[in-house]
Design a protein around this ligand. Sequence first.
Ligand SMILES: O=C(O)CCC(=O)C(=O)O
Ligand SMILES: [Fe+2]
Length: 257
Amino acid sequence: MTQLTITKAGVNLGARVEGLDLRTMEPDEVRKLLLPILLEHHVLVIPGEKLAIDELERFARAWGDLLEHPATRVDQTPFIQLIMSEGEGDDRLGFWHSDMTWHPTPPKITMLQARKLPSEGGGTIFANQHLAYDAFPEHLRSQLDDAMAWHSGKVFNPDMPVTLHPAIRTHDETGRKALYVNMPFTKTIEGMDDAAGCELILRTVLHATQPEFTYRHDWEVGDLVLWDNRSVMHAPIRDYSERRVMYRAVVAGDAPA
Ligand SMILES: O=C(O)CCC(=O)C(=O)O
Ligand SMILES: [Fe+2]
């Protein structure tokens, strides 16, 4: 029987879960133990040893079907991605986002495991989009309440889709509402001219990423962090100049509603 210790990671989101052996947990046990904690805290920090690629894929599959990513993968399997950066000067997306929102059924969960870290810096910051919705000023809420937003994946490659999703989504497992527009992928608001739509997206993201809604994770090698893309945005912090290597898996979700 697994003995868990759960402590809050941040004031307004994040839980640190200790005492798990991810290598031996059965998929049923993973869901039964960890899904309720994820739904309550939105980000799970699971310290531990580095998993082999097949072990990480097995753990990830306990949460659902896995999605491939257009930009990166390891050699052994299309379902585990390699996120490698030298930090400064890296032109990859460093903006606040929820993952792959340009996908018709964007991932419900993303997980990263730290393999190699810079000697300092390289954290990841998360923002609770339920809190952001609850505190959303009325003049912005009235403009976004029933709005649909266009999301584009063409930053990765020109064949990627452009998809329409609600700007405020209702979490399919908890029923809670969350803001669902972001910096790199959300391009316009349906029915608004481009300039007004962009301004509204920018104002919404500025509101949604206030420090009060955030938790910053400072990584240790072996940490596995899972987040719920239906309720948080995240951003990598590019304040380092040494190699940082993560393995990543994304779990398929439903069309946002
Ligand atoms: O490298 C990180 O800290 C986060 C990168 C990211 O946005 C992701 O893996 O979805
Ligand atoms: Fe991301």
